[in-house]
Ligand binder design. Structure first.
Ligand code: GRF
Length: 200
């Protein structure tokens, strides 16, 4: 199976996935990394791992549809079976999502549905005074941060936690559950039944 990772920033989740593939945990290939941000470090990480890394400039297209059409060309070239959104700061259109039913993952730094749609879920969690938080890997559907949940991990929030320390705690869990979710998908062990994802 061929995987594409979409990212806009640092790419630590991409790195965790690269390492899980390299270590043989995930029996699949990362064939493509796509970013909407030319400066994104995730593109460098991909190149370093000899993965095809492409910057698709949203400004070059007259509409979101045209932008996504271009991305779909790359996905078809690489015969992609799973798209993993990893810090991709752009919502995909319903028609894009319908092209890949139950074949797109996203990771969100909260226990969804808490802090759904938040662009700074970690800060919002802290400001809300939450005592726990965590990370969620879910399938992507037409609504933001909404599709069936694949895996979640909890972290405890201490009084001393800052936004940065909480972000790090959550990231550590993300780096465990994202590769694991992809491994389960690649092995055909996920079954979506309504909102519930069964793992065999
Ligand atoms: C992660 O916290 C993820 O949950 C969110 O964006 C962040 C991306 O981090 N969607 P990185 O670029 O993988 O380091």
């Amino acid at each position: 199976m061929n995987i594409a990772v979409f990212c806009s920033g640092e790419g630590t989740n991409l790195q965790a996935i690269i390492e899980a593939v390299r270590g043989g945990d995930i029996k699949a290939r990362i064939s493509l990394v796509i970013s909407d941000n030319k400066e994104a470090h995730c593109l460098q990480r991909a190149k370093k791992a000899a993965i095809r890394a492409i910057f698709v400039d949203p400004k070059e297209f007259s509409s979101k549809e045209e932008f996504e059409k271009k991305i779909i060309v790359y996905l078809q070239e690489e015969n992609i079976g799973l798209i993993a959104l990893a810090g991709f700061m752009r919502m995909l259109s319903p028609s894009f999502v319908q092209n890949y039913p139950n074949k797109i993952f996203n990771i969100h730094p909260s226990l969804l549905p808490a802090f759904k749609g938040s662009t700074n879920a970690v800060r919002d969690t802290l400001n809300y005074g939450m005592k726990i938080s965590g990370a969620t890997v879910h399938f992507v559907d037409e609504k933001l941060d909404n599709g069936p949940i694949v895996l979640q991990r909890v972290v405890e929030i201490d009084e001393e936690d800052s936004e940065e320390s909480l972000r790090q705690k959550i990231h550590r869990q993300e780096h465990i559950i994202y590769p694991l979710a992809i491994k389960l998908f690649a092995e055909g062990r996920l079954k979506v039944e309504g909102r519930r994802v069964k793992i065999s």
